[in-house]
Write a protein that binds this ligand. Sequence first.
Ligand SMILES: [Mn+2]
Length: 236
Amino acid sequence: MRKPIIGLIPLVDVERESYWMHPGYMKGVEQAGGIPVMLPLTSDEEELQDVSKEIDGFLFTGGQDISPNLYAQDYSPMCGKCCKERDEMEAVLFRMVYELDKPVLGICRGIQYINVVMGGTLYQDLPSEHPSNIEHHQMPPYEVPVHSVRILEESPLYKILKKEKIMVNSYHHQAIRILAPKLSVMAISQDDLVEAVCVPEKRFVWGVQWHPEFSYLTDEDSRKIFSEFIIKAADN
Ligand SMILES: [Mn+2]
């Protein structure tokens, strides 16, 4: 049996007019037994239909802030730069893979995107809209954990980690504000931000607000998240 192939949403560097990939997303998938491939940046329905059928799992990567227009709000002056191409591509792709019940792991922007596309909203700028003493925008090195999250005991995340609390890294400008109706919370920060979610009615649609792709080498919990994703992708 071949290893599951995981499609990664490309990172987009507008200034350099380039697509790129953080090695941690690819190495994190590889060390867990998957084969990572970077997807084409397109919102062409036919192309993404083929992609969604042929690929076993989808990693919704980190990146730019998400356009508040997607949740029917105007841009706050503090909202960061957005990426129209990714916003459009992910909407089309997510609906297709959701329908097919293919495994999805959303990381950082990924968890936020899943929440938005399923009907939730975001804090456009955490420091001004949700002030707290907890560090959510750490300095490098990014694998260093900076805040704790409480894991809900009935969640599938608890089932694989078997811990009520873990330490995580944190590098995000936005966060979930109103949770989408079909999402379940799996982890919460000390200042009450939703830091991990899942869709209970799907085999594996998970999002985490922290960055296992930075910490998989040093942190077993990060590796377990990648592993669960790849196990589910292998089971197609
Ligand atoms: Mn955080």
